[in-house]
Design a protein around this ligand. Structure first.
Ligand SMILES: [Zn+2]
Length: 260
């Protein structure tokens, strides 16, 4: 009896020891796997989540800037242009012709009120008239300024001369404009929208908008341009451009200074 009791005790002692050893191994193994995998797992899940959680970009830190400049308005298309710019949350620069400001005064006010930049694009839009004398050149832009002041109470010194500042503008006209404080802008991406289809316009932005950190995009107030505008903006945003209006404190880019 004594002997068998001892055997039973030994048996249970052995079983307990085995269970303790197995249990310890199991817990240890579990804690090792906890040390290894969760960190890696978290990293993987963070990386996997990023593209899904990526917020819709409104600004970029790329340092790339694109100015959308719109010539020859305002026009019957101005409100549609403004709606598209607004939907995309971007501001542009409108270079306006004097007679069109007088014809579309509400559009001029809306452009100004919605925070876009306004510059002037002459009265006659005719090389022969605009450059007849240096005084005639300055006078055309003064007239634009007066019209804009009457409509909005605001002033602007930004200008774009018709057909660009080269090759038509004579030296004397250039000097007179500079002396009177006008800030002249040309462009470096001509969408050729006045003669193109909507697809051509977007292709031109895709093709000519490569590898340039400072884009000045030229468009006009035309039906096909209005149709292309939303895609153009999306292309520029995809390429990490900050789309901003021209301001007077930025160094003007023009053909005359060879800065563009
Ligand atoms: Zn023009």
């Amino acid at each position: 009896m004594k002997r068998s009791n001892k055997g039973i005790i030994m048996f249970f002692a052995a079983i307990s020891l085995i269970m303790i050893v197995l249990g310890t191994c199991f817990v240890f193994k579990d804690s090792i796997s906890k040390l290894d995998s969760p960190k890696e797992g978290n990293e993987i899940s963070d990386t996997a989540k990023k593209p899904v959680e990526k917020p819709k970009k409104t600004t970029s830190n790329s340092g790339k800037v694109a100015y959308i400049t719109i010539d020859d308005g305002p026009s019957k298309y101005t409100n549609r242009i403004l709606d598209i710019l607004d939907t995309n949350g971007v501001k542009a620069t409108f270079f306006m012709i004097d007679g069109n400001m007088k014809k579309y005064p509400d559009e001029v006010k809306r452009v100004q009120e919605e925070g876009h930049s306004v510059g002037f694009h002459s009265v006659t839009h005719e090389v022969k008239e605009l450059y007849k004398t240096p005084e005639a050149t300055v006078k055309e832009f003064e007239t634009c300024q007066e019209t804009f002041l009457d409509l909005t109470g605001e002033v602007s010194n930004l200008i774009r001369v018709p057909y660009g500042s080269k090759p038509y503008m004579p030296e004397k006209s250039h000097e007179a404009l500079a002396k009177n404080g006008y800030i002249m802008w040309d462009w470096n991406l001509d969408t050729q929208d006045w003669k193109g289809t909507t697809d051509n316009i977007v292709s031109n932005v895709l093709y000519y908008g490569r590898d340039n950190p400072n884009l000045v995009v030229l468009i006009h107030e035309k039906e096909q341009t209005v149709e292309a505008l939303d895609s153009m903006i999306k292309v520029l945003k995809e390429r990490d451009y900050n789309i901003v209006p021209i301001s007077e404190d930025v160094k003007a880019l023009n053909f005359w200074d060879k800065s563009i």
